[in-house]
Design a protein around this ligand. Sequence first.
Ligand SMILES: Cc1cc2nc3c(=O)[nH]c(=O)nc-3n(C[C@H](O)[C@H](O)[C@H](O)COP(=O)(O)OP(=O)(O)OC[C@H]3O[C@@H](n4cnc5c(N)ncnc54)[C@H](O)[C@@H]3O)c2cc1C
Ligand code: FES
Length: 293
Amino acid sequence: MATNRGPFTTHHLPLTTHNAPMLPTVVQVQGFRSETHDTFTLALDPPARPITPYSFLPGQFNMLYRFGVGEVAISLSGDPAESGLLIHTIRAVGSVTRGLARLRPGDAIGIRGPFGSSWPLEAARGGDVVLVSGGIGLPPLRPVLYHLLRYRDEYGRVVLLYGARTPADLLYREELQAWRTRGDFQVLLTVDSADTSWRESIGLVTALFTHADFDPKRTVGMMCGPEIMMRFTVREFEKRGVAADRVYVSLERNMQCAVGFCGHCQFGPNFVCMDGPVFCYDRIKTFFDVREA
Ligand SMILES: Cc1cc2nc3c(=O)[nH]c(=O)nc-3n(C[C@H](O)[C@H](O)[C@H](O)COP(=O)(O)OP(=O)(O)OC[C@H]3O[C@@H](n4cnc5c(N)ncnc54)[C@H](O)[C@@H]3O)c2cc1C
Ligand code: FES
């Protein structure tokens, strides 16, 4: 659970915090914001909890239920230290996410959560932090950025490597710019393709490692994005000398129950909904190279 100095554990919340974990609570959409041509952000009222106010740890996710269509896992992408609206950034790829894209303020939505493990902010404290994200992999890491920037003096160098398909696909562009201008935080961007107005890198996110300034011996790496990107990123961390037990990945698997009942999200001996989605690479590397282990 969050402490007064911010969220630190890597464990999922105990199920006792969910009175009925399979039952969505109906809440209202308070905000809709278009981020790119296929990606949008929903701001939702938190479920009313009579005893404990809603809180989450960076890396955790909710199950969002679009009535009449279905339910999907979506990471919390807002600031974990702010107790207001629950922020989710979503790419419309299929029936449920397209249904979510049609929601507007005042509409009702079902929500269950928060579920899953969190990023290792405690293990990272005192050292450098390198975050690597591709495409829709940035939203699950954004709560980490909010935390690192809030407690900036408790961490060493902070680096964000972020890749998207084109400049128009970059998420949170104003925030990226604001983070850059702070001067205490290295933000490196790349895209697959761009016209001549693009002044930054073109190519794979892993190529940005050449410009990243961090000390491998005291670095914790965190990554989220397509699995192929994460496989290459893991190798890049290895090449730079970051130990496997200091590298963390967030995995996506098909979620149904999100509470360890159905087995849909099995990954080797793990259930991604309960043991993940954030895993220490050292713990899962045997299965990581096997697609849909
Ligand atoms: C723990 C966790 C956290 C997640 N967090 C987020 C998040 O913050 N934001 C977000 O947008 N998504 C997130 N996802 C992915 C999201 O759950 C899926 O995109 C969603 O389930 C797709 O459901 P659908 O019914 O819209 O599409 P489906 O009908 O299930 O799929 C339609 C098509 O899209 C493809 N597809 C499915 N998922 C993806 C994907 N992620 N990327 C590209 N193509 C895909 C399918 O292969 C299929 O071809 C997360 C998933 C997990 C497990
Ligand atoms: S989604 Fe059912 S066990 Fe993980």
